[in-house]
Design a protein around this ligand. Sequence first.
Ligand code: SGN
Ligand code: CA
Length: 529
Amino acid sequence: MKNYLYPLMPLVAVLPMVSCSNKVEQSLKDQRMNIVYIMTDDHAFQAISAYGHELAKLAPTPNLDRLANMGILFQRAYVENSLSTPSRACLMTGMYSHQNGQTMLSNKLDTTVTFVPEIMHEAGYQTAVIGKWHMLCEPRGFDTYRVLRDQGEYYNPVFKSNDSNGEYITEKGYATNLITSHAIDFLENRDKSKPFLLYVHHKAPHRPWMPDFKYLDLYEDVEFPLPETFYDDYATRGAATKEQRMRIDENMSMLYDLKLFGYKGTHQYDTDNMLEYAMGTMTPEEKERWIAAYNKKNKDFLENINQLSHDEIVRWKFQRYVKDYLRVIKSVDDSVGEILDYLEKNDLLDNTMIIYTSDQGFYMGEHGWFDKRFMYEESFRTPLIVHFPGNKGGTKSETLVQNLDFGPTFLDLAGAKQPKEMFGRSILPVLKKDGAEPENWRKTLYYHFYDHTAEHNVLRHDGVFGKRYKLIHFYDETGAIPSYEEFYDLEKDPNELNNLIGNPEYKNLIEEYMNTLSQTRKDIGVTEY
Ligand code: SGN
Ligand code: CA
C-alpha cells in the first residue's frame, strides 16, 4: 500500500482531543486520493481514437487520448447488464442487478441497500454527482448533487440540486457543457481539507444523438466506413439475433433518429413524433436554427430519394447516424479536456484518480445494429481509461474488469471495508501495476440481461466470458421461445459470427463453460435463468 493512502487514519482519531482546531485541521489535511469518475451514456469504444477503431481514426478524441497517455487503456472492461439504470444501480451499490433489484430499466431498486457514496461520505470523502442520474430513487450519499430529470434533455435541460428544494429548474445551454461547468464549480468550491469523490455523468451520446450547434456540420464531408458485419445475416445464431428490433435499416427512424424533416417514405415509425418532444426544450430561435442546419444537409438526399435503392438509403442512414453520434462525442471529448486542464492547473493530478467510462457499449452498425443490451462484444464491453497517480502512462491492460469493481475500488481507496455482498474486486492492484494482471485474478465474468419485450426486443440472456471464449444462454421468460446456448471463440472469430455450440471440436470447452456458468449462478445467488 502506498504511503499516501492511509497515513492519517490514526491521527484523525486523535483529532477531537486537540485544541486550536483550525491550525491542526490544516496540518492534518486528509491526503487520501481524490476520485473523478466520468461516465457517458452509450459511448462505444469504437468511437475513442485511443482504441484505434476505423471510425475514431476519422473522428479523433484528442482529450480522451490524452487521458490514455497519462494512464491505462483497458481493453477488457465489461458491464454486468448492458442498460442504463441497471448499470447505474450496479455502480451505486456495487452489486449485480439480481441483488439490488434493478434488473430492468423500469423496475425498482431495493431501497434498503447502502450506496457506495454513503460509505464514502461516512469515510470522510466529500461526495458529488453532476449530470444524469436515471435511477428510480433520489440521489443518496452526496454532499452535492445536480442531476437531470430521467434521461435528461440535450438543450436547455432541467436540473434538480441541493439548492433547488427538489424542484427541477431549467438551465440555458447544451447539456454536456452545463454538466462540465457544474463539475468544475464543484471542484472550485469544494472543502479543500477533505478528499473528494466526484461523479460526472453525461447524458451524451444517448439517443437521439443531438449535437451542439457548433458541431452541427462537423464531419459532413467525411465518409465513414461500414463495419465488417453491417450486412450480417445471423446465420449460425439463434432466435435473439432475429427477434431484436435495433436494426439501422428497419428500426431507425428517419425523423426522430436522423432529423430528416419532411420525410414521407416507408422508414417511418412510432418514434417519429419523439423528435418534436426531444426538440421541445429548445427556444423558437434555436429550433429554427437547428432545423435550417439539417434542411440544408437533407436537401440533396430528399430530392433524389426516389431514385435511390434500398441499400443506398440504408447507407445514408448509417452515415447520418454515425456523424451525429460522433458530433455529440466531440463535445464529450472537449469536456474531458476541460476537466483535465482544471485538475492540471490546480495541481490535482498527483493525488486524483481519473476514470473515464460509459454505462455500457453501443453498436455503431455492427451486425446492422444500433443500441446495446446483447452480451456480444460491442455492447457488453465498455470503454475504460484510468489515470492513477504514479502510472507510467500510455499502457494497455488486458486484465478482465467489470463495472461491478468500481464500488470496491473506491472503498479500497478510502480505506473502508468492502461489504460481503459486493462481489466485485478492487482494481487498485491492477492500477498499481500499470494494468498488469495480478496473481489469482478472476478468469471469467458473469453477465445477465433481463429487459426483454421492452423496446428493441432483445431476449433475456446470461452467460460467462473468459477472454477467449464466451458462452451465452438465451431464454424467454414468456415461454414462447425455447432456451438455447451460443458459444464463441473470440480469438478465431472476433466478430462473433460463428456460433460453435454443437461443434465436436469444442465439446470439452463448452462443457467446462456450462459448468462455470452454473457454478457462478450458485455462487452469486442467481435463481432466474
Ligand atoms: C430509450 C431509447 C432506447 C434505449 C433506452 C435505454 N428510446 O428508451 O432506444 O434503448 O432508452 O437506453 S428513445 O426513443 O426514448 O430514445 S439507456 O441508455 O437508458 O439504457
Ligand atoms: Ca446507456
